[in-house]
Ligand binder design. Sequence first.
Ligand code: SME
Length: 164
Amino acid sequence: MFQISDISYSTKKDFYDDVISYAKGLMYEEKDKIANLANISALLYNIMEKINWVGFYLYKNSELVLGPFQGKPACIRIKMGTGVCGTAASSRKIQVVSNVHEYKGHIPCDSETNSEIVIPIILNDTLLGVLDIDSPMIDRFDCEDSEYLSKLIKLITDHCDWNE
Ligand code: SME
């Protein structure tokens, strides 16, 4: 049985160090991308505070398609360059949106969402998808979240088998 310790962290570094340890444990000896992305979305949904949606969109046939996630049902297909996810995917740059209501072209999936972070997943110059995390809090994510979530994405990217 998987359990998350009830610790209150004093720094984001300490918090994300634990996230990385949990992620390594969950993916131990398992390379299947869907299984691993499903467990990582469940981990983040249960361990991160003040968030309402966590999930992956996978790049298929020139668009993003909904992958493993936790939260309310979401839009299934996102075109490149549209919304926060499509912008992160086409620019290959992390998007930190402090207030989604001020972001032109934001695609609303859950009315609770007020801020959002999207991290592109890239392996050897190939776009694989994005990680999207939504929060009901304005300005929930900062450059530390970007930095440590990028490390988590690198761990997942290097670990999973993407050729299946
Ligand atoms: N808000 C995202 C769409 C995905 S949902 O938030 C789950 C966007 O603008 O791309």
